[in-house]
Ligand binder design. Structure first.
Ligand code: NG1
Ligand code: ZN
Length: 525
């Protein structure tokens, strides 16, 4: 069955899972061969590189799984990604021997299929490995960057690596606190590895009480019938950001109620592999039913504004070129706030952190967040150099001290939800969450899925805000935007992580957005 009306049909194919900017992702049952081939493909990457793999499907359904590769700690660049893809498609027989000296650093999330797929990947790799066990994707990136046999941390045990990570974040956060005062943050761990990753911080942070919820991270995260805590289901950052509802609370001992008396509590939700975070406050509800509760969401767009505002304030004398990076999913009101009020340049890239991270490195200090909470701060070599100088001027000295701690907090390879959590808490200290709420009023928006037989029929332009193929579709979308008026904006693109096309619609009220989304669905067929 072709997903689109005949006028848009050009070719049909149902491709096998393949590596892309978001890694490899599919239903776990479809993955073994692709994962084995990916392991073999890694043999042919340069021996001088330090390689890592994380077995995870992030925010996806618990039945899915996938692999994210780290090259010298980073998300693979375009060249390495291309090489991985072509080697996976054209497997050599017999495979080349594995001549890598550095072991492959391997981490897993808590999906029932993760250990199985990890084993298969290691068979494909056929060389030595350094197994981290349950960890977050940002931890895997960081730990794998340090896996050269001559690296100073190479001989550290895994538990030392973990303690080093915890201590580093604790020290950086506590040094950044303006006026240390005890505060409480509720964390929805999405029944993923977050509870395991964050638990040591619960003990080490002196001024922050972290109350962890949905902590089924060690128990399989959705292992069919025998597990009652389900990874990412009605919980976690993806659910909260897209549905704008508080998470379901799974733990039987969890007595928290989203009620009127919880109005001022601050919550955050992370995703299954802890590289996304959104914050929120629950809006008063008299009903005991969680489905009746709503939230005031501080999504990635608002976090970008918060962090940019903070960075501008604490580096006023260093006068750095601070910029922001967003995707088409960024709420238009946030882009206007960044440009018109905070007066920073905003770049728009393709969806996928890899693209945002690359673009952010064009600034002295680049702040990026996808609306869904994937984000970080990137510092240019120029700024890192500035931080090594000895300043006589007291104001510069103080600013450099702050910036050094921010650099220490942020994961330089890929956004880390835990680092972002601490950075946002520092940044919000002076203005409070009410201040963040006042930045701007969100335009109404919706991101929905459209299931098709072949999502690859949709091809987009550079930043994925316009359709190039099927021909004629963009003209129809433009027409729909004109017809609905009311600041209506929409775009469609194929998902890299799910078998669907995503529809984004935005406008000044619900009516405009609903109308626009309906029109887009009709256009898609
Ligand atoms: P896809 O499935 O390509 O839309 C989703 C997110 C991305 C990014 C990746 C990786 C949306 C609309 N898309 O990508 O922003 O986070 O997952 O996890 O949220
Ligand atoms: Zn993730």
């Amino acid at each position: 069955m072709n997903p689109f009306p005949p006028k848009y049909q050009s070719r049909t194919s149902k491709a096998a899972p393949i590596y892309n900017a978001s890694g490899l992702r599919a239903n776990a049952s479809e993955l073994p061969l692709a994962v084995y081939n990916l392991g073999m493909a890694l043999r042919s990457l340069p021996r001088s590189k330090s390689l890592g793999v994380m077995i995870t499907a992030s925010h996806n359904d618990w039945r899915d799984n996938g692999v994210k590769v780290a090259v010298d700690g980073h998300i693979p660049n375009a060249l390495d990604e291309k090489k991985i893809v072509s080697l996976m498609l054209d497997v050599q027989d017999p495979p080349p021997p594995n001549t890598h000296k550095a072991p492959l650093t391997v981490g897993v999330d808590n999906r029932y299929s993760s250990l199985y797929l990890c084993r298969i990947l290691c068979l494909g790799w056929g060389g030595s490995t350094r197994f981290i066990g349950l960890c977050s994707t940002p931890q895997l990136h960081l730990f794998s960057s340090q896996s050269y046999p001559n690296h100073k941390t190479f001989n550290l045990s895994i538990s030392d690596l973990r303690s080093h990570w915890t201590n580093n974040l604790t020290l950086a956060y506590e040094s950044l606190l303006h006026t240390p005062k005890r505060q409480t943050l509720h964390v929805d761990c999405s029944n993923g590895v977050a509870s395991i990753v964050i638990e040591p911080l619960v003990r080490s942070l002196n001024y922050l009480t972290l109350v962890l919820h949905n902590t089924g991270g060690g128990t399989g995260g959705g292992k069919e019938a025998d597990c009652n805590t389900i990874l990412n289901e009605k919980c976690g950052s993806e659910y909260v950001q897209k549905s704008k509802k508080p998470p379901k609370l799974y733990d039987s001992s969890d007595t928290y109620k989203f009620r009127e008396d919880s109005n001022n509590d601050i919550w955050c939700s992370v995703d299954g592999d802890v590289d996304r975070i959104v914050f929120y406050k629950v809006i008063s509800t008299a009903s005991p039913l969680i489905d009746d509760a709503s939230i005031k969401l501080f999504d990635g767009d608002r976090l970008t504004c918060l962090v940019v505002k903070y960075l501008k304030r604490v580096t006023v004398n260093l006068s750095l070129n601070i910029g922001a990076v967003q995707t088409g999913y960024a709420n238009g009101a946030s882009t206007r706030y960044l440009e018109d009020v905070l007066k920073v340049r905003v770049l728009c890239t393709k969806t996928g952190v890899k693209h945002l991270h690359e673009a952010a490195s064009k600034f002295d200090v680049g702040v990026y967040f996808e609306a869904n909470g994937h984000g970080s701060v990137v510092f240019s070599p120029y700024v890192l150099k500035l931080l090594t100088f000895d300043y006589k001027d007291e104001r510069l000295k103080a600013e450099v001290k702050i910036l050094k701690n921010i650099v220490k907090l942020c994961n330089e390879y890929v956004g880390c939800a835990v680092a972002d959590m601490l950075l946002c808490l520092v940044a919000v200290d002076e203005i409070g969450w009410d201040g963040v709420e006042e930045f701007y009023a969100d335009l109404v928006s919706s991101t929905t899925k459209f299931f098709v037989a072949d999502k690859n029929l949709v091809e987009c332009n550079g930043d994925e805000t316009k359709v190039l193929q099927p021909k004629g579709m963009q003209e129809e979308l433009d027409e729909a935007m004109r017809e609905v008026g009311g600041g209506g904006r929409c775009f469609v693109r194929k998902s890299n992580t799910e078998d669907c096309v995503r529809i984004y619609a935005e406008g000044e009220d619900d009516k405009v957005v609903r109308l626009l989304e309906d029109k887009v669905r009709v256009i898609l067929g």
